[in-house]
Design a protein around this ligand. Structure first.
Ligand code: AMP
Ligand code: GLY
Length: 424
């Protein structure tokens, strides 16, 4: 049976998902909203207002779409799943992505911390503060060990976490947050203990009761070599992660994944979608840094090419209770992803630079993020522009080929980190 699908998002994650979806025999027409130049080459880009639920449902009905895959977190946190399924003509549309309640695991740090505490999931000790408890927060900072970790409660475009080495600076930033540095997102602030260790990411697909573990990955968040400098959306990723042994994954499953699913069931979240668990391997074992209610970007670019299953089968199984019967088949090779960004990113950068040579890359996958086609010319249209992913038996070969091919692609100001995987 052919299925028409709507995929929401415009980044490298969405191009990768679109690429995987179109490999399925079941793929009918795939629409990507709004998409990028990469998705337009394999699917139909469509500019819909995703806040107009009536318009969205009408579009789905007109195009016989019964499956919507939501890439980014914002629409999920805004309740797109509930709104579509509560619409009289949208009740039978399967949304890959949790309801608003489930999306709070990403949308509110305080909610996620409470959840973890309730279900005994290892995470940093914390306290939450608001306007009324501002002075208690200042007193708390006085007593906290350095560095001090401050987190805006809500979504803040990846900028809501501050790690401060100086107590006075921490107090100042804490006040800035409560004074509205991130608007409503920082009306509540979580202060937590700093955890020391190496980070990795676990991805889980769940129908809200059962779950399947997807390939693990590690991303590289900082702009500079050796993971230094400003935070970005992500400069590269690798999957699998050499230091994550089977024993460690068993521990993660027992201490983190199972209790998370138990919490989802007990709290009656309607959660059909991805859970992305950001973990840190401390001396006391793995602990949760954060939950995300979606796939990661650029982790998806390394994780999804390693999944050998028909991804539409997996998505459909979330709706009909058949997830439990699926085994996730994983390509044993290593996937290494290098992200090409615009000069200046993550600070100010210029768009509209001509990109050449993507079509000559034969031994890597090229996923688009901030790209646009104008008069048949491929142009940069964002900070993160493209991702080059290579699959190889050896991690060093996968990385070397990704670096080589990243070098082949040319646009003015192009920058990428040529040390992705340096610590593995
Ligand atoms: P988040 O926005 O929650 O992903 O946090 C961004 C980054 O801040 C994480 O990837 C970690 O590198 C770092 N981080 C967050 N919380 C902690 C913590 N408690 N201890 C150490 N590092 C942290
Ligand atoms: N790469 C981190 C994220 O997608 O949140």
């Amino acid at each position: 049976m052919k299925r028409n699908i709507l995929l929401i998002g415009s980044g490298g994650r969405e191009h990768t998902l679109a690429w995987k979806i179109t490999q399925s025999d079941q793929c009918g027409e795939l629409f990507v909203c709004p998409g990028n130049a990469g998705t337009s080459s394999i699917a139909t880009n469509i500019d819909l207002d995703i806040n107009n639920i009536d318009g969205l449902v009408t579009f789905c009905n007109k195009n016989n779409i019964k499956l919507i895959v939501v890439g980014p977190e914002q629409p999920l946190v805004d309740g797109i799943q509930n709104k579509i399924n509560e619409h009289p003509n949208g009740t039978d549309i399967l949304i890959v992505g949790p309801d608003q309640h489930g999306a709070q695991l990403e949308g509110s740090k305080a909610f996620a911390k409470k959840f973890m505490q309730k279900y005994n999931i290892p995470t940093a000790d914390y306290k939450e503060f608001n306007q009324e408890s501002r002075q208690e927060g200042i007193n708390f900072i006085e007593k906290q060990n350095l560095p001090i970790v401050l987190k805006a409660d809500g979504l803040a475009a990846g900028k809501g976490v501050l790690i401060l080495e100086d107590r006075e600076e921490a107090k100042k930033e804490f006040n800035n947050l409560l004074d509205g540095k991130f608007g409503a997102a920082s009306q509540k602030v979580v202060i937590e203990s700093f955890l020391k260790g190496i980070e990795f990411s676990v991805f889980v697909l769940t129908d809200g009761i059962n779950y399947k573990i997807l390939p693990i990955a590690k991303d590289y968040k900082r702009i500079g070599k050796g993971d230094t400098g400003l935070n970005t959306g992500g400069m590269g990723s690798i999957s699998p992660v050499s230091f994550v042994t089977e024993a460690l994954m068993n521990q993660v499953e027992k201490e983190i994944i199972k209790p998370t699913i138990k919490g989802i069931v007990t709290e009656k979240m309607n959660y059909k979608g991805f859970i992305f668990i950001g973990l840190i391997l401390t001396e006391e074992g793995p602990q949760v840094i954060e939950y995300n209610c979606r796939m990661g970007d650029p982790e998806t670019q390394s994780v999804v090419p390693r999944i050998q299953n028909d991804i539409i089968d997996l998505f459909v199984s979330l709706g009909d209770g058949s997830l439990i019967g699926h085994e996730i088949e994983i390509d044993a090779r290593t996937a290494a992803t290098v992200v090409l960004v615009s000069g200046g990113y993550p600070e100010a950068y210029t768009k509209g630079k001509k990109i050449t040579n993507t079509e000559n890359i034969k031994d890597s996958l090229v996923f688009h993020a901030g790209t646009v086609l104008r008069n048949n010319e491929l142009l940069t249209n964002g900070g993160r522009v493209l991702a080059v992913t290579t699959l190889s038996e050896s991690q060093s070969d996968a990385l070397a080929l990704s670096f080589k091919n990243a070098r082949q692609i040319v646009f003015e100001g192009r920058y990428f980190r040529d040390d992705i995987g340096f610590d593995l």
